[in-house]
Design a protein around this ligand. Sequence first.
Ligand code: NAP
Ligand code: GLV
Length: 309
Amino acid sequence: MTTKIILCLTDIKAAPWIEGLRAALPDADIADWQPGAPQADFAIVWAPPQAFIDEQAGGLKAMFNIGAGVDAILARQLPPALKVVRLDDAGMSVQMAEYVCHALIRHFREFDVYEAEARQGRWVYRRPLERADFPVGILGLGVLGERVAKAVQQFEFPVLGWSRTPKAIEGVRTFAGEARLGDFLVGTRVLVNLLPLTDATRGILNRQTLSALRPGGYLIHIARGGHLVEEDLIPLIDSGHLAGATLDVFQQEPLPAQHPFWRHPKITVTPHASARTLRRETIAQIAGKIAALSRGEPIAGVVDLVRGY
Ligand code: NAP
Ligand code: GLV
């Protein structure tokens, strides 16, 4: 029987995905979802509407997300037995490592200050800072967080990590569970957020947690807008407790034109671009998993709907 695959990619053009999937899975019947479409075996989605879930999810063998974060799917009413599959790296972790190392080094080496001086035609040295005074703490030690931890270690910064369950990563001081969050934060100066957005992590970056960072703390926020209580950030920067922030994700995206983050001199904004979905790698990964499931084999990246990631 022909395998039926349906796409529902909100705000993303389906045509190049369909073309790539047809090349990877030539025997499959692949279509973009329209209301009333026949039941598919597999779905490939980004932020699907409830109407799609209501029509298709009950009869699917699996629903593949074309991103790592599944919060937009789990915000829907889902059948409890639905197999939701997250993107498992597929070229994202190297991008996250680049992004974090760039933001960290730009801050630590004060390249933003050099850039501003250079624009004025000024040849001015800055006193070298001590790497040991910039411990980097990573919230979330999953597919992306662990890769980032290893990349940051290459530049000889002290590295700390926090996860839900205990982890051992060579050279990284690891902390697990809510009870150890405080110890993790007081040892951290540059805080990198790579947590999934769940009921347990929503609003985790707030006045209390950010105040616990070492003085001169810096935030690199690249997971989900819902993690940060946005109104708490600028007062902490303006008071001098935090040195600044690099922000890639926001409560409202695109970030509204009048939002103060755009113009704050110590905040760098990027448009949810820290790790982009790479179409070729993503199609190869999903096609491989559809083939594995069709052979009755287990696959990696299945989301625990109760845990939320
Ligand atoms: P992952 O592999 O699922 O890893 C999640 C990590 O967070 C795990 O280490 C997990 O702990 C930890 N965690 C989850 N809930 C926790 C809690 N309540 N307390 C402490 N630790 C907790 O996810 P990933 O692939 O690394 O991706 C992380 C997130 O990055 C995604 O969910 C997505 O939101 C975001 N993301 C953003 C972009 C972007 O462009 N901005 C791109 C891709 C992904 P355990 O190891 O103990 O389970
Ligand atoms: C992007 O934000 C993702 O979750 O992959």
